[in-house]
Write a protein that binds this ligand. Structure first.
Ligand SMILES: *Cc1c(COP(=O)(O)O)cnc(C)c1O
Length: 503
């Protein structure tokens, strides 16, 4: 095949291979976030072949490309069974979790008849940032309800109190990303049903794992369509469905809520437009990959993979809890968990300094900042681990690394922000600078402040081979996020990421 390519084409592919060498490893379980490795080589191969078969297809018009309808119907049916939905449960395949969340909010807003700027979405502080994005895009207010810092699950009384006249949608997670706790879905559903407010369960993360989690050591609380008040559920195929990125499932109990998700227009001089999702023309590649994977794995395949994840998660949590100075937050019931400093220990370990020491030993964990909740309680800074089937094969190595890293950094001080940003933080504290001052600065000035703090997106980029961000010490970055007003840090990170693309 490759013999037929021209030298220029072969050269482009060779350069792409070179560029890919700068990327984090997507397979082998050494990166415990972002990537979901089934550990089955066949899964990657069928995903690639299925994507190739639909490569030129435009998923925009299912009447012209009925293969897309057939695959989407099968995935909806699989999801409906998996999530215990009745036959009337309907939905769509979307391009990912964020799009599923945005569409769930959009259809709720339009069903409720709220005009832009006039409604609210009520969700725990731990709800995925995709709902903040949805509220932002759709002109709604996101009301964030505190979770119990001990368990990471939202408190039902606080949630019930937060529901408002103008609430178009309530959202809970199964489980949430930052802590891995499953919110009390049934109790929240009782409260939202009584108020006539639809409830969305964000199972983007757990949707393709929890259905096979099993009954040990204690059954999971019910969180899917078995709970009467649950109106819609999102479940990402590109996470524990093991499909390549670009595919998620969004299901509704209410047919008309689903119809409200569609955008259609016949009042223009072009073809009649009827779009269930945000894109117009769209690839069918991830849809086809997801379809082929679910057809191959089926219920039995997923169950086997979940068994591996569950065993690995239980083992890792036990290991972390046995380390003096660290603790697992709450009782995670699913494939992700968070590690915090054990304040009760005489020798607490900073989870971010620990993550850096783990990284030096070849495993990448994900640092998460602390958060002040609206009720004044604080969610501690943590380090997140996403566990996948392949993790089990690495357990002895990984657990030895987690322990050795802890021994190395026990008693070490937490990471501090870069000097220039620590000074800026003092300026905020003494009132000589306000967040509004910084937000009003032109982008060039923000970029200058970043460069002064040693955060120059153009440094560390090795030509077009792109090793951008290589030198970024995330522990100091997150220390800055915690020390500065959050909107200021958002602005800085936007400037940094956008700066990666500048000349
Ligand atoms: C990943 C995730 C999302 C958003 O999904 P993307 O696929 O990254 O767009 C939403 N909710 C939860 C709980 C998630 O883990």
């Amino acid at each position: 095949m490759s013999e037929e390519l021209t030298p220029r084409a072969l050269d482009a592919l060779r350069r792409l291979e070179e560029l890919r060498r700068a990327d984090a490893p997507t397979h082998g379980g050494r990166v415990l976030s972002y990537v979901y490795d089934s550990g089955l080589a066949e899964i990657d191969e069928i995903a690639a072949r299925a994507a190739r078969l639909v490569q030129p297809v435009n998923g925009l018009d299912p009447t012209v490309f009925p293969s897309t309808v057939a695959m989407e119907r099968d995935l909806i049916a699989f999801g409906r069974r998996m999530l215990h939905g009745e036959s009337g449960v309907v939905g769509n395949v979307t391009s990912g979790g964020t799009e599923s969340c945005i569409l769930a909010v959009a259809s709720a807003r339009d069903t409720a008849g709220a005009s832009p700027g006039a409604g609210s979405v009520v969700a725990p502080t731990t709800v995925h940032a995709a709902f903040a994005k949805a509220a932002h895009l759709l002109g709604l207010e996101l009301v964030r309800v505190p979770v119990d810092p001990g368990t990471g699950a939202v408190r039902v009384d606080a949630f019930t109190e937060a529901l408002r006249e103008d609430t178009v949608l309530a959202v809970v997670s199964a489980p949430n990303y930052p802590i891995g706790a499953i919110d009390p879905v049934a109790e929240v559903a009782a409260a939202t049903s009584a108020r006539g407010i639809p409830l969305h369960v964000d199972a983007c993360l757990g949707g393709w794992a929890l259905p096979w989690w099993g009954d040990t050591p204690e059954p999971l609380p019910e969180w899917d369509f078995r709970v009467p008040g649950v109106g819609s559920i999102s479940a990402d195929l590109h996470k524990y469905g093991y499909a390549p990125k670009g595919v998620s499932l969004l299901l509704y109990r209410d047919r008309d809520r689903h119809r409200a998700q569609y955008f259609g227009i016949t009042d223009w001089p072009g073809y009649p437009v009827v779009n269930p999702t945000l894109a117009g023309s769209k690839s069918a590649a991830a849809l086809a990959s997801a379809w082929a994977i679910t057809e191959t794995l089926g219920d039995v395949g997923y169950r086997g993979l979940v068994d591996r994840i569950r065993r690995a998660t239980e083992s890792l949590c036990a290991t972390v809890d046995s380390v003096e100075g660290l603790r697992v937050v709450g009782q995670p019931r699913g494939p992700v968990f968070a590690v915090a400093s054990d304040a009760d220990s005489g020798t607490p370990i900073d989870p971010h300094v620990w993550a850096n020491a783990v990284r030096e030993r070849g495993f990448t964990l994900q640092m998460q900042p602390s958060m002040l909740q609206p009720d004044g309680t604080v969610l501690a800074r943590t380090t997140h681990l996403t566990v996948t089937p392949v993790t089990e094969t690495l357990l002895p190595d990984l657990e030895a690394v987690l322990r050795a890293a802890a021994e190395e950094v026990r008693g070490a001080p937490p990471a501090a922000p870069p000097d220039a940003l620590a000074a800026l933080s003092e300026a905020f504290a003494d009132g000589s600078v306000s967040a509004a001052d910084v937000l009003a600065l032109p982008g060039e000035a923000v970029a200058g402040a970043l460069a002064a703090a040693g955060l120059d997106p153009r440094k560390g980029t090795a030509g077009s081979a792109g090793e951008a961000g290589e030198d970024l010490d995330m522990a100091t970055v997150l220390a800055a996020v915690e020390a500065l007003p959050r909107p200021v840090t958002t602005r800085m990170l936007v400037e940094y990421l956008a700066g990666l693309l500048d000349e």
